[in-house]
Ligand binder design. Structure first.
Ligand SMILES: [Zn+2]
Length: 262
C-alpha cells in the first residue's frame, strides 16, 4: 500500500514531457491532466509520447473531466452532451494509460436529493457499461463537491460507489467547505476507510455558508493534520493525493517532504 503525491496540471503538449521529468526529479509520482476546459491532447503521437514518458518515470496519470457536466440536468440533451464529454475523457484517458477520470456529477437543481441520486446513478451505470464493453481499465471517479447546492456529499458519493461500482475522488478541501468547516479530516478518512483505492484532491480553501468559494495555497498545518490521519489507513489503502492549490507542484513537494518525515 502506498501514498503518492502530485499536482493538478500537466501543462501544454509541448511542455508535457519536460514537466513530467521535472516532477519526477522532485519525487512526484502522480499528475492530473486538466481536461476541465476540453480534451486538449488529441493526436495519437502526442498521446503515445506522454503515455510512454509517464510510464518510464513511474508517474500515475489521471484526468479531470470538463467542468461543463451535469448528469442531473432536466434537459436530456445536456445530459447526453455531458455523457459524451466524459466518454471522450475516458477514451483518451485509456489511450494515455491514465488510471482515473474525475468527474463533477452535477447539480440538484429543483430535484430532491433522492431524485438526483437516481438520475445520476442511471447515467453512471451507462458509463460503467461503456467501460466494460470497451474493456477499458481506466476508472470513472465521481468527486465529493464543495458547494451545498451541488450533488457530491459524502453519502451521495459513497452510495454511488456502492450501487454502481464506480470509483471516487475524495476532495478534502471540498468537504471541509461543504460542511462549513465542521467535518474534520479524521471524519472524512473514517467515512472512506472501507474502500481500498483512494483518488483524492487537496488544497487550502475559502468557504462560507453555501460552501466553497475558492482554492488557496495549502496551509502547512492543514497538510500536517491530513497526513496524520492518512498515516492511520496507509497500510490498507492505496492513496493518490492531487494538489489543486494555486501552486500545486510546490504544495505537492511540501506534502511529500512532510510525509517522508512522519
Ligand atoms: Zn474537481
Amino acid at each position: 500500500m502506498v501514498v503518492i503525491f502530485g499536482p493538478s496540471g500537466l501543462g501544454g503538449i509541448k511542455e508535457a514531457v519536460s514537466n513530467l521529468e521535472k516532477y519526477s526529479k522532485l519525487g512526484i509520482k502522480a499528475c492530473e491532466i486538466a481536461f476541465t476546459y476540453g480534451v486538449y491532447i488529441k493526436n495519437d503521437s502526442d498521446i503515445k509520447t506522454i503515455k510512454e514518458c509517464a510510464e518510464r518515470l513511474g508517474i500515475k496519470l489521471s484526468i479531470h473531466a470538463q467542468y461543463w457536466v451535469n448528469l442531473n440536468s432536466a434537459e436530456k440533451e445536456k445530459v447526453e452532451a455531458s455523457k459524451k464529454r466524459i466518454l471522450d475523457c475516458l477514451r483518451v484517458g485509456e489511450m494515455l494509460g491514465c488510471y482515473a477520470v474525475v468527474v463533477h456529477p452535477g447539480y440538484y437543481g429543483k430535484m430532491t436529493k433522492e431524485e438526483s441520486f437516481e438520475n445520476i446513478k442511471k447515467v453512471v451505470l451507462e458509463l460503467m457499461e461503456e467501460i466494460r464493453k470497451n474493456k477499458w481499465k481506466v476508472k470513472l471517479c465521481l468527486e465529493t463537491m464543495g458547494k451545498i447546492n451541488v450533488f457530491g456529499s459524502v453519502d451521495d458519493i459513497k452510495n454511488l460507489v456502492k450501487e454502481t461500482g464506480c470509483g471516487f475522488c475524495l476532495d478534502f478541501a471540498h468537504l471541509k467547505a461543504r460542511s462549513n468547516g465542521k467535518m474534520s479530516y479524521k471524519q472524512m478518512v473514517k467515512e472512506f476507510s472501507e474502500f481500498k483505492e483512494w483518488h483524492c484532491h487537496f488544497s487550502g480553501i475559502v468557504y462560507g455558508d453555501k460552501g466553497e468559494k475558492h482554492h488557496i495555497l495549502t496551509p502547512k498545518k492543514e497538510i500536517e493534520e491530513l497526513l496524520k490521519e492518512l498515516e492511520a489507513v496507509k497500510n490498507k489503502c492505496n492513496i493518490v493525493i492531487i494538489n489543486e492549490s494555486p501552486e500545486p507542484l510546490k504544495d505537492s513537494v511540501l506534502s511529500l517532504k512532510m510525509w517522508e518525515e512522519i
